[in-house]
Design a protein around this ligand. Sequence first.
Ligand code: E4P
Length: 217
Amino acid sequence: MKFFIDTADLEQIKEANDLGILDGVTTNPSLMAKVGVKGHEAVIQHYKTICDIVDGDISAEVVSTDFKGIVEEGKKLAALHKNIVVKVPMIKDGVKAIKWFTDNGIRTNCTLVFSAGQAILAAKAGAAYVSPFIGRIDDSGWEGINLISQIAEIYAVQGFETEILAASIRSSNHIIQCAEAGADVVTSPLEPILGLLKHPLTDIGLAKFLEDAKKFA
Ligand code: E4P
């Protein structure tokens, strides 16, 4: 399973990258706004900086919602760096645009996916990644992880090559559940990734080893 970090915060991206286990980055307009990136040029420069930090797939989201606009915007984003993956919303013109990008050698991440039917359409259009938002499903009182299992089963049965990129991660446990359910990629904020490191018995065990090491130092 691949690990992406879900943020536009450069310090957090560097910290996750320094761990040595990072395979990519996902961003969205809300994450860009959260770190105060404003204006077209600043956004473009921010994507370039992220591409310089991480050697892996970097999702850059379009904000157009019509076919022509999505294609024009996506072409410009894809031209920024070979690792840019154009992130396209799951809407009718988005599906059409994903098919156009597929036919023209541009990789896409179909975002805002909340059902198996949407995931089937994304795969049929040739998306490199499909992004089911499991945290937002949980927030609505449903079990987001069930969607990951369902899509994994459908893609396996049908032989779809689109990778399942589990998004909207809220906890370390979400990451573990996604791994069990067959996600190809999990994109997570830094905190749940770092949370995977923690176990009280590790801390207790290390303290004892260090204490005993003093006896033969
Ligand atoms: C990533 O691709 C998604 O945009 C992101 O995971 C959404 O997360 P949120 O539901 O916490 O906003």
